[in-house]
Ligand binder design. Sequence first.
Ligand SMILES: *Cc1c(COP(=O)(O)O)cnc(C)c1O
Length: 342
Amino acid sequence: MLPLRLSLDAGALVANWRTLARMSGRAPCGAAVKADGYGLGAVEVVRRLAAAGCADFFVATWAEAAKLVPLGVSLSVLHGVRAEDMAEALASPARPVLSTAAQVARWREAGGGVCDVMVDTGMNRLGVAVEEVATGLLDGLAIDTLMSHLACADDDAAMNKRQRASFAALAGRTAALRLSLANSAGIALGADYAFDLTRPGLALYGGVPRAEFAGVVRQVATPEAQILQRRRVAAGETVGYNATWLAAADTEVAILNIGYADGYCRGFSSHGRGYAGDVALPVIGRVSMDLLALDVGAAPGLAEGDWVRLDYDLLAASLVMGMSQYELLTGLGSRFERHWTP
Ligand SMILES: *Cc1c(COP(=O)(O)O)cnc(C)c1O
């Protein structure tokens, strides 16, 4: 029993997927579960989403795919196949998402079978060029899903329309069974962006990449830490590193087993909040590597050994700290015990 847990709301995860599936219209809705399900635990995320009807899952690497293969779901490996991945890729039921001409050649020569392909439509990250597709790079290749990725879906940028048009022009140019473009934010851009399959990640896990998701997507992950010590700090004394917090009056303080090594960022110093039931407990002083101090004057019954929930509203925290919601989620460390509630 670890003194730190990540409380995970399975009902919210599934509800978020259903919301995104509804917003995807006729296109089935898949799930990006790379980076261990954005830090929540990919195996448990996939089990729950697959039970709800999600059929297509996206990971970054073959190591990530290997952990999910036993679940028997459709897996796409977004980083494609390097030479050193080939043996594993050929033996795996997961499909590589080929993204360079060299990968396409490697896969063809090995007789690799059905694959996916990423086309770059302007982000200049991974993907073969639209021109390469036009000149026949993919001809004869057995492609399940031809995909591209939007650079600015969380903004109302003109680039979204340009990328969509350039991707739509590839319809029928390859043997691909399906086209897929939209991530979470892309789903909110409208039916034109859904094509045959959507690939949300962030919004499944409670992130709000666009205003359309505010109040619609539910929070999934909440850190909870145990109190290691409760103490009274006398007026005039300070708390924590660099003595940044000075007690104006005698103050009741709880020290929690969580810190920036757990992904509870130092930026929450003086900004974060814990909760005991509905009672808000402000963070005081600096967040340490493994410890955190809260003013618990409002919760007289709270004692050593009790658990405190930490406010982890991704949108609000990202605005306060100037961090991305993706970092806030995936930064949560490995010292948590994951605790799924139905
Ligand atoms: C991570 C990723 C997604 C999911 O993106 P979100 O913004 O988290 O919804 C979809 N497609 C690709 C290619 C990705 O790398």
